[in-house]
Design a protein around this ligand. Structure first.
Ligand code: NAD
Ligand code: TYD
Length: 370
């Protein structure tokens, strides 16, 4: 199997690539990644020499076409996305470029190249907030923020590709994922690294929002299960049923690092903040997939990894990151700065984003490295 992995330099995509190299050694793994702020070649260092790497944008049809032909791709597992809710609230255009248009381009080129299997990696957030019970794959799609709305748009393109052309595509909807190599903007790596730096952790609102936490290797294995055993046209929820309120999760992190409640800084709530996500994953269980790592176990492993790998995350918390952190956590609390920003936001968001070119420059587009 020649598997193209768009977004394979990110958090879950790189875990998937490492899993394939370990457990499917005969497969050829081709990473196709734009290397946005969240993409990082260091995530692939453990599989150096065991994958091909293409710097490219999934919304760039000629680059995708070239990759599919050059590597005779037989399967695609698409992780490429803008993936952070808070960034989508600050500016949503890139989310539509990648999560919707990029997915459409990838599907169209894959169909033309007669790719035999396609998995779209999606999220439980497309169901919106679930006040009680759990979402099944039949539950309505009711996204509440620009990120989840763009992911839902991608999922619907996958549905259309199957319904219209019988293109053999499937969707996975995973729950909140954590583990090593996660960019320090999502709650767990942000809180762990802040505490390691002696800073406080910014808990939104009343801290009572609930999430279902899935360890990254369990998520990657669920996606592989669907790739190998899923039925085309189907959606599979991948949840852990490890539901925790944010404040409980925060206390577990504090305890893991020997810190006290005084390290919590209560900050204003995220606008449109979904109260609860919860999945019914019995359909994926039917394919013989089960999560294996509990949140307390996974957190111990994750905190140990961040302690041992400061050289991986410390450089990430600089430059553009500090600018994002300032906008997200400081300006939101200052009405004057917020006014200034919403004015400049209006200027940049005319049309969709102009950030189509890979960050390393266009001349590198589509270039393959062994
Ligand atoms: P991430 O932000 O860590 O990585 C995204 C990767 O995609 C990066 O390597 C980035 O460079 C690449 N990318 C972005 N735009 C691209 C483009 N236009 N073309 C090619 N590459 C591009 O994300 P993640 O947390 O690893 O999430 C991967 C997927 O899983 C996403 O689709 C996300 O929606 C989904 N998901 C994430 C979670 C979670 O908790 N992290 C949970 C469920 C589902
Ligand atoms: P996050 O990790 O951003 O994932 P998602 O929004 O995709 O669920 O956030 C997880 C939960 O943690 C969510 O309820 C928002 C909350 N949160 C905070 O309280 N503080 C923070 O600084 C962040 C990033 C998230």
């Amino acid at each position: 199997m020649n598997v193209l992995v768009p977004g394979g330099a990110g958090f879950i995509g790189s875990a998937f690539a490492r899993l394939l190299v370990r457990e499917r050694p005969k497969w050829n793994v081709i990473i196709f990644d734009k290397l946005t702020y969240a993409g990082n070649r260091a995530n692939l260092q453990p599989v150096e020499g065991k994958h091909a790497f293409i710097l490219g944008d999934i919304a760039d049809a000629p680059a995708v076409r070239m990759a599919l032909h050059e590597h005779a791709v037989t399967a695609i597992v698409n992780f490429a996305a803008e993936s952070h809710v808070d960034r989508s609230i600050l500016s949503g255009a890139e989310f539509i470029d990648t999560d919707v248009l990029g997915t459409y381009v990838l599907l169209t080129e894959a169909r033309a190249a007669r790719v035999g299997r396609y998995v779209q990696v999606s999220t439980d957030e497309v169901y919106g907030s679930i006040s009680e019970g759990t979402a099944t794959e039949e539950s309505p799609v009711r996204p509440n923020n620009p990120y989840s709305a763009s992911k839902a748009g991608g999922d619907l393109q996958v549905r259309a590709a199957f319904q219209t052309y019988r293109f053999p595509a499937m969707v996975t909807r995973g729950s909140n994922t954590y583990g090593p190599y996660q960019y320090p903007e999502k709650i767990i790596p942000l809180f762990v690294t802040n505490l390691l730096e002696g800073k406080k952790v910014p808990l939104y609102g009343d801290g009572r929002n609930r999430r279902d936490w899935l360890y990254v290797e369990d998520h990657a294995r669920g996606i592989l299960t669907v790739l190998e055993r899923g039925t085309p046209g189907e959606i599979y929820n991948l949840g852990s049923a490890e539901e925790y309120e944010n404040v409980m999760l925060t206390r577990l992190i504090l305890a893991e690092l020997g810190k006290g409640e005084e390290c919590i800084e209560h900050v204003p709530d995220r606008p449109g903040h979904d109260r609860r996500y919860a999945l019914d994953s019995s359909k994926a269980y039917g394919l013989d997939w089960r999560p294996t790592v509990s949140l307390p176990q996974g957190l111990t492993q994750t905190v140990a990894w961040y302690k041992a790998n400061r050289a991986w995350w410390e450089p990430l918390k600089s430059g553009e990151y500090l600018e994002y952190y300032r906008r997200q956590y400081h300006e939101r609390r200052s009405p004057e700065m917020a006014k200034h920003h919403s004015a400049s936001e209006g200027r940049v968001s005319k049309g969709l984003s102009n950030s189509r070119a890979p960050h390393k420059g266009r001349e590198e587009r589509g270039r393959t490295e062994p």
